[in-house]
Design a protein. Structure first.
Length: 233
């Protein structure tokens, strides 16, 4: 890796996780063999790399962490991505010039995680840290029943079961027809129940119903669409 600051060569010794454990001038190296390590020779460094810019894509049980190396400082040799939270404590190290994206799966939904991305070279390191919630899980067992006789008395009943969500959880109800109608509804029990007159929707049946949980200022994915014609009317 070229370095504009100096032509001094150094040897960087890394452990099996990619963490730099030793940086030596190539002229000072004698015969050495560190067990469980690997070494690469690169140009010398005068400055630590700048702080990387990160972006995170969220899902219910996964987080995708991406980053862009900074243009300040000297180039990074490697990047360490650290995730912590709810029993998870994992560090993934990647070399400079590789794909700057790590996908963490098997996480808990609606859970806070800490993400740290560190840029490393022989002169030092700089890191950026953020916290992020995974998305809430869609509610389970959604039922939609179109009940009543006549246009004026018709109403739509929706019932669903919370999926590990806290009490007083809010949900977004999406009823589709010729248009989309979005209604926010709070739920305090394990079984949620909502009823409203279909005359207020200005949408002809059949109705397609989806429900999404809202938590920590973000809305999760919708449940699978359920048509009112799928139920016994």
């Amino acid at each position: 890796m070229p370095c504009t600051m100096t032509s001094l060569a150094v040897m960087i010794t890394q452990d099996l996780n990619g963490t730099i454990i030793q940086c030596l001038n190539i002229d000072t190296l004698g015969s050495m063999n560190l067990l469980g390590t690997s070494s690469i020779i690169v140009s010398g460094f005068k400055k630590a790399p700048g702080t990387p810019n990160i972006s995170i894509a969220k899902d219910c049980n996964a987080l995708s962490v991406g980053w862009v190396p900074s243009s300040s400082g000297d180039p990074a040799i490697s990047f360490a991505v650290h995730i912590q939270g709810h029993g998870t404590d994992e560090v993934v190290t990647v070399d400079e010039g590789t794909n700057y994206n790590i996908y963490f799966s098997g996480l808990e939904s609606n859970t806070l995680y800490s993400i740290t991305v560190t840029a490393i070279n022989c002169a030092g390191s700089n890191k950026v840290n953020t916290t992020v919630y995974t998305l809430p899980t869609p509610p389970n067992d959604v039922h939609a029943l179109h009940v009543g006789i006549g246009t004026n008395s018709a109403y739509l009943v929706m019932v669903w079961t919370q999926m590990g969500a806290p009490s007083n959880q809010w949900y977004n109800l999406r009823v589709s027809g010729s248009t989309f109608v979005n209604i926010n509804k709070s739920c305090s029990g394990s079984t949620c129940y909502f009823k409203f007159a279909t005359t207020t929707l200005n949408i002809p049946p059949p109705y397609s119903v989806e429900v999404a949980a809202i938590s920590n200022g973000q809305m999760g994915p919708y449940s699978l669409p359920l048509k009112s014609s799928d139920q016994d009317l």
